[in-house]
Design a protein around this ligand. Structure first.
Ligand SMILES: [Zn+2]
Ligand SMILES: [Zn+2]
Length: 167
């Protein structure tokens, strides 16, 4: 997701540019459509990028192991620093901040890496395909969301009554 900011770098501090974006970005091993709004604000050091984006990633449910599409909301806020002076072309010193983002020598601000990083943070640690997912049978691996299996019940849902009958 590349935006040429050469004009904005020549503009006074505080100048705002808004963009609507819709682009495919590689996230978590797959190509995902990322859409939303990007606001770029000229700062005294570079460009502040504020983006509100949506994407969907395919993740594995932590209970039933099915693949499902998980919507992500990305609220990105990062300052980008120019590597060269937009008027003279001279190289500029970059701030010694770890993980800072840069605008390349062709004045391209590339949001891709920030999108990737924010998306990885936004993916839930233990994703659930739906709130009440009951997962897999521990014995036969049957997906209990599709109904009970024939194994000895372990107090899951309808299994409880069978257990009582057996006892
Ligand atoms: Zn599930
Ligand atoms: Zn089973």
């Amino acid at each position: 997701m590349r935006i040429n900011v050469s004009q904005q770098l020549k503009a006074p501090i505080g100048l705002v540019r808004d963009y609507e974006v819709s682009e495919v970005v590689g996230i978590a091993g797959g190509s995902r459509l990322v859409q939303g709004e990007v606001r770029l604000i000229r700062t005294n050091r570079g460009i502040l990028a504020k983006a509100r984006l949506h994407a969907e990633v395919e993740v594995t449910c932590s209970r039933c192991l099915s693949l499902f599409s998980c919507p992500l909301r990305l609220d990105i806020e990062e300052e980008y620093f120019p590597t060269t002076d937009v008027v003279s072309g001279a190289w500029l010193p970059l701030p010694e901040e770890p993980g800072r983002f840069i605008i390349d020598q062709h004045h391209i601000l590339d949001l891709t890496e920030a999108i990737r990083q924010y998306a990885l943070l936004a993916i839930p640690m233990k994703p659930l395909c739906h709130e009440g997912c009951v997962g897999l049978c521990l014995i036969c691996g049957h997906d209990l969301n599709q109904g009970p299996c024939g194994c000895l019940p372990r107090g899951v849902g309808s299994g409880q009554s069978k257990l009582n009958k057996l006892a």
